[in-house]
Design a protein around this ligand. Structure first.
Ligand code: IMP
Length: 183
C-alpha cells in the first residue's frame, strides 16, 4: 500500500511537498518584508482557501502589519468557476489609505481576483498588490496582475494546504493533484 492509500488518499498524487511549500513561503515573506518597509501593510486573505498560506506567510513577514479576511464564493460547477462572484463575508475595517496585499490560494481563470481588485479599489487603498501561492497560466481568462507568486502549475486540479475538493482535503500538509473522483 503506498503512502497516499495509507492516508485514505487514493486518487491523490503529491505535486508540491510540504518542505518545498514552506521554503517558498518563507522566500515570499522575506521579499514582502523588504518591499513593505515603512508602509501601512494590511494582508487581506481570501477565504477559505488562503487560511494555511496566510498563517505561514504572515509569520514570515517581519513588519508591523494587520490582517483581515474576505469570504468569497463563486457560482459554478464542482471544479471551475462561472465568474459570478459573491462576497460572503466582508472586511471588518476600512482600507482607505492602506497598502493592501491580497493573499489568495490560487489564481485559475483570474475572474475571482479581477472582481476582488475592482471591488477593493473602490475603497481607496493607497496601493493594492496580489500574492498568490499558485497560478495556472493555461486556464487564465482575464489578465490579472500577480506581484508575488509561489508556484506556477499546469492545468490540473489541486488540493491540500488550504485548497479543497468539495470542502475536503484542506488540511493536507502538501499540495496534491486530484486524479480521480471519489464521490
Ligand atoms: P478563478 O478561476 O481564478 O476565479 O479561481 C476561483 C477559485 O476557484 C479559487 O480561488 C479557488 O478557490 C478555486 N480553484 C481554482 N482552481 C482550483 C484547484 O485546482 N483546486 C482547488 N480550488 C481551485
Amino acid at each position: 500500500m503506498d503512502k497516499m492509500d495509507a492516508m485514505g488518499l487514493s486518487g491523490v498524487t503529491e505535486l508540491i511537498p510540504e518542505e518545498k511549500i514552506l521554503e517558498r513561503v518563507a522566500q515570499l515573506g522575506h521579499e514582502i518584508t523588504s518591499d513593505y518597509k515603512g508602509k501601512d501593510l494590511i494582508l487581506i486573505g481570501v477565504l477559505k482557501g488562503c487560511f494555511l498560506f496566510m498563517a505561514d506567510l504572515c509569520r514570515n513577514i517581519s513588519l508591523p502589519l494587520s490582517c483581515d479576511f474576505l469570504g468569497v464564493s463563486s457560482y459554478g460547477n464542482r471544479t471551475s468557476t462561472s465568474g459570478v462572484i459573491r462576497i460572503t463575508s466582508d472586511l471588518t475595517r476600512p482600507i482607505e489609505g492602506k497598502d493592501v496585499l491580497v493573499v489568495e490560494d490560487i489564481v485559475d481563470t483570474g475572474l475571482t481576483m479581477n472582481y476582488l481588485l475592482e471591488n477593493l479599489s473602490t475603497r481607496k487603498p493607497k496601493s493594492i498588490k496580489v500574492c498568490t501561492l499558485l497560478h495556472k497560466p493555461a486556464r487564465q481568462m482575464v489578465s490579472t496582475p500577480i506581484d508575488y507568486l509561489g508556484f506556477s502549475i499546469d492545468d490540473v486540479f489541486v488540493i491540500g494546504y488550504g485548497l479543497d475538493f468539495q470542502n475536503r482535503y484542506r488540511n493536507l500538509r502538501f499540495i496534491g493533484i486530484k486524479t480521480q473522483d471519489d464521490r
